[in-house]
Design a protein around this ligand. Structure first.
Ligand SMILES: NC(=O)c1ccc[n+]([C@@H]2O[C@H](COP(=O)([O-])OP(=O)(O)OC[C@H]3O[C@@H](n4cnc5c(N)ncnc54)[C@H](O)[C@@H]3O)[C@@H](O)[C@H]2O)c1
Length: 356
């Protein structure tokens, strides 16, 4: 039987790596991507054989060409990656994010209906942003402190007093987004789950932590802090650290994320499964900025005390359940991944001149 894969947003960072690794498994790979200028300063290089349809997922007419491919798909897998991804930007441009992420997802299910297509599996790239600040342990009791307000942040009270943050894990911590972006990613989860359950289509929701690695956009200043840090450091600037620099993040290498997506596509579990994808460990932003600054011999990062609404204090994944369900584990150590990223950024932008 013919095998088809539809990848929305397949020309982006994660999508391109996914296509490289999975292309051989399908007879036909169709990508619907608007080639957002903010992400794509130049035309993307997709592997040969990929059918690229340039169009906006929120635009019903953009799906017309794709619907034909869905009709004759044979075995069909769908990976839904297309999204506006700027956490800070989403507060100022909420409709832009809602259109791409929310309406873009309902257009996908309408296209599947128009083609009478029932995929063998849908994989959604969701985000740790759906958790917001997540759960914190107050003397052993899990509570949801919610969004940090202007007063708290302006006073430099970054943490929640008397509480310890808890790793994010879908079957333990409830979603409670604090950014427009996070709210739209949670909406994607609910919209797809409603459609998939009604049509008996298996859905795997992967809540990704901070993905980094070769191929990341070097021009999109709204997302992906590591390339931004590389650019600043190679210009000899001190990297500014928001809050007190001790914000925790789980940086997961793109090859580990794609491995999780491939494992999800290969799974035979029915129903809706929601899993966390990260390295399973956290690093402070101060640490990663320090590693990057040292690689360029640039001045030490400096705490700015600035903050951004929608940014959460700490985020990292407990991946134990993902590991047992998917038989997957993250493999790339952060320091090795950062060295690779720095070399790649230099190869893209030309060698930097260290300042010291
Ligand atoms: N990179 C991360 O750290 C991270 C973390 C959590 C979740 N995710 C999710 O993973 C997915 C892929 O992220 P990425 O890092 O590859 O981002 P990316 O910006 O590199 O790729 C997204 C792609 O979607 C396309 N796109 C955007 N809006 C579109 C629209 N309206 N119609 C059609 N195409 C559109 C863009 O042109 C781009 O090629 C997104 O859904 C994102 O929310 C990413």
């Amino acid at each position: 039987m013919q095998r088809t894969c539809l990848v929305t947003g397949g020309a982006g960072f994660i999508g391109t790596e996914l296509l490289r690794q999975t292309l051989g498994q399908y007879d036909r790979v169709v990508v619907l991507d608007s080639l957002l200028p903010q992400v794509h300063a130049t035309a993307p290089e997709l592997p040969a054989g990929v059918e690229l349809v340039v169009g906006d997922v929120a635009d019903a007419s953009a799906w017309a060409e794709v619907v034909g491919a869905l009709r004759d798909a044979g075995r069909l897998d769908v990976v839904h990656l297309a999204a506006e991804t700027g956490t800070g930007q989403s507060l100022a441009e909420p409709s832009r994010h809602a259109l791409a992420n929310v309406v873009g997802t309902t257009r996908l299910t309408e296209a599947l209906d128009a083609a009478s297509a029932r995929p063998d599996r849908i994989v959604l790239a969701s985000s740790r942003a759906v958790y917001g600040e997540g759960a914190w342990s107050f003397a052993g009791e899990l509570r949801y402190p919610g969004q940090r307000g202007v007063e708290q942040l302006s006073a430099g009270q970054w943490d929640f007093p008397g509480a310890e943050p808890v790793a994010m894990r879908a079957d333990v911590v409830h979603p409670d987004p604090v950014s427009v972006y996070g709210a739209t990613k949670l909406a994607q989860e609910h919209l797809l789950a409603a459609w998939c359950v009604a049509h008996d289509v298996p859905l795997t929701v992967l809540r990704l932590q901070n993905v980094y690695g070769v191929g990341q956009s070097l021009t999109n200043s709204y997302t992906g802090i590591l390339p931004l840090f590389c650019r600043m450091a190679r210009e000899g600037r001190a990297i500014p650290l928001y809050e007190d620099g001790l914000v925790r993040r789980d940086f997961v290498h793109v090859s580990d994320v794609v491995a999780a997506m491939r494992a999800a596509l290969a799974a035979s579990t029915p129903g809706v499964e929601t899993l966390d994808v990260g390295s399973g460990e956290y690093a402070t932003v101060e640490h990663v900025a320090g590693v990057i600054a040292a690689a360029y011999g640039s001045p030490a990062p400096q705490v700015s005390g600035d903050f951004r609404h929608g940014d959460v204090r700490h985020a990292w994944a407990d991946t134990s359940r993902t590991e047992s369900v998917l038989g997957w584990a993250a493999a790339v150590p952060l320091d090795a991944g950062l060295r690779e990223l720095v070399s790649w950024v230099d190869a893209q932008l030309g060698a930097a001149t260290p300042t010291a």
